[in-house]
Design a protein. Structure first.
Length: 152
């Protein structure tokens, strides 16, 4: 694993097709969550995109992938298009309770306006969550978001 980087995908790159285009060598390892974290959507110039914010009692699920080091720079560039920057501030927790250092990307939400994700963007998140068998409650929450909110 020395020549790979663990990456936590929770937004549109959770979609297997999107991730395959961004990092063809990425391999799914397991599902995990960031505890005390909430999913938000912010309009940050790149359209409403997903990000993470601290929130006691909340959690955000995603997939942990092993990404070959030469492909990490490409992930950074793609995430930058959605104005998300790399962070190492949080540890992902797998279903067995083990903590993992992994690369995640977050938008600067300070002063950002909340936004509503497009149906396509949210659809990629839902497809990925289903494909990687994330917890049913998480998938249903994303589906409810798609049904309950008028999407752009």
């Amino acid at each position: 694993m020395a020549d790979t980087q663990l990456y936590f995908a929770y937004a549109s790159l959770l979609d297997p097709q999107q991730l395959a285009e961004a990092a063809p060598g990425a391999r799914f390892r397991f599902s995990a969550h960031f505890p005390e974290t909430r999913l938000v959507f912010v309009a940050n110039g790149a359209g409403p995109v997903a990000s993470l914010v601290e929130s006691p009692g909340s959690t955000v699920w995603g997939g942990i992938f092993e990404v070959p080091l030469p492909e990490v720079d490409q992930l950074v560039q793609i995430e930058a298009l959605e104005r998300r920057a790399p962070t190492w501030e949080m540890k992902a927790v797998d279903r067995a309770g083990n903590k993992h250092d992994c690369l995640a990307f977050v938008a600067d939400v300070a002063g950002a306006e909340p936004g509503k994700p497009s149906a396509d963007y949210l659809g990629k998140m839902i497809r990925g969550a289903r494909h990687w068998d994330l917890p049913a409650g998480w998938v249903v929450g994303l589906e409810d978001l798609a049904e309950d909110q008028p999407l752009t």
